[in-house]
Design a protein around this ligand. Structure first.
Ligand SMILES: Nc1nc2c(ncn2[C@@H]2O[C@H](COP(=O)(O)OP(=O)(O)OP(=O)(O)O)[C@@H](O)[C@H]2O)c(=O)[nH]1
Ligand SMILES: [Mg+2]
Length: 255
């Protein structure tokens, strides 16, 4: 199951984007599972319209990133959905049996209406990676993500973008620039120009996450990557090529 990891500094807009992607993916016939990183995420996610059946929380140990424990949390949650589905099926069968007896006794049927429908199993995971103090430097996010989305507020200081070792910006598949509505135009435009200069070949999408503006463009980029099986392979090959080139260029030429 493909994992979409949404990473970025505190307060950059990750949860807001996760909620928008959840809705967008649902409207395109996916069933996402949303993974938050603390109890505090639960209520806002529900308010964003995320169904509790498809909401789970991975609580990172202090100082550790949420990603390390994630595979377990995802499979536990899917097992819970499967178990609930099994119970629902049992309840339906049991009620059928009971109704057979009731009709023999001329007691009339009990309705199946109160028994919930079987839940579809999730087919894609949306993960908010928080608990990363320095925001753009957690390599585990890249290891975990099939699609890595880095969220950066338009008002971020240029020095932060220019800093060496911004792993998550360097490795991101998609960069989303948030809060363009509340950032002075010249500051936002400097941020976007700078990102475009450094990350020439990445999609860099500026959005007003709270109003869903341009989130359709982010969704298009995500769905394109989910859709094309060759795309992820190609990306992986490009990355390993890049690693080879980097490691070769680190080798000193013979004297
Ligand atoms: N004006 C404006 N506000 C935004 C935008 N995106 C997010 N916000 C607001 O910024 C605040 C933080 O948004 P969240 O989505 O909770 O950010 P986060 O990165 O998940 O935050 P943490 O999980 O606490 O690290 C909230 O008050 C949002 O409503 C945006 O594009 N424009
Ligand atoms: Mg959040």
């Amino acid at each position: 199951m493909k994992k979409i990891v949404i990473c970025g500094r505190n307060d950059s807009g990750k949860s807001t984007i996760l909620g928008e992607l959840y809705r967008g993916l649902k409207s395109r016939e996916y069933q996402p599972l949303a993974v938050g990183s603390g109890i505090q995420d639960e209520k806002p996610y529900i308010l964003k319209g995320i169904d509790v059946t498809y909401l789970t929380i991975a609580i990172p140990e202090p100082g550790r990133d949420v990603v390390s424990d994630l595979e377990r949390v995802i499979s536990d949650h899917i097992n819970k959905i499967k178990e609930k589905n099994r119970l629902i099926q049992h309840a339906r069968r049991a009620l059928d049996e009971l109704n057979k007896v009731r009709s023999v006794l001329e007691l009339g049927n009990l309705s199946q209406r109160d028994i919930p429908a079987i839940a579809a199993l999730p087919d894609v995971v949306l993960i908010e990676a928080v608990g990363i103090n320095d925001g753009y430097k957690a390599p585990e996010c890249r290891q975990l993500a099939d699609i890595l989305l880095a969220v950066i507020p338009a008002g971020v200081k240029s020095e932060i973008i220019m800093e060496q070792g911004n792993i998550l910006l360097d490795e991101a598949d998609i960069i989303v620039v948030t809060k363009i509505d509340e950032t002075p135009r010249d500051v936002a435009s400097t941020t976007i120009k700078l990102l475009r200069r450094i990350y020439r070949h990445k999609p860099i999408i500026s959005v007003v996450a709270t109003q869903g503006i341009h989130l359709d463009l982010v969704l298009d980029e995500v769905v394109r990557r989910l859709h094309e099986p060759g795309y992820l392979l190609e990306q992986g090959q490009q990355k390993s090529q890049m690693l080879k080139v980097t490691s070769q260029s680190n080798v000193s030429p013979p004297a």
